[in-house]
Design a protein around this ligand. Structure first.
Ligand SMILES: [Zn+2]
Length: 103
């Protein structure tokens, strides 16, 4: 088994598992129920970890995960043409007035 992903957020790990399984990659999650024993074990023992069963699938799995993960920097701030507020680059609409971004 090859570990391809881990996250404290089990929901996130589950989403990644679904993504890989939808591409025909067989996966396995360790520490699935880790949250129930937090405090009794070091955190490294309980963080949910996503594995692929077949070594040959690992490279594809990692590629899929990288595609799905949001970019660290999702773009520059933009200024709403309607109300003039600054909007973070990862929003496609103004948070204040709801106007769509215009490029
Ligand atoms: Zn606006």
């Amino acid at each position: 088994m090859i570990k391809v992903f881990e996250d404290f957020n089990f929901t996130r790990v589950g989403q990644m598992q679904s993504l890989l399984e939808s591409h025909g990659i067989r996966t396995f999650i360790r520490n699935e129920y880790g949250s129930s024993v937090v405090g009794e074990l070091p955190f490294v023992e309980v963080i949910p970890q996503l594995y692929v069963l077949e070594e040959k699938d690992a490279a594809k799995a990692i590629e899929l995960l990288n595609l799905d993960l949001p970019a660290e920097d999702s773009g520059e701030q933009w200024v709403c043409p309607e109300c003039g507020v600054d909007v973070e680059g990862n929003f496609s609409r103004c948070w204040k007035c709801g106007v769509n971004r215009r490029d």
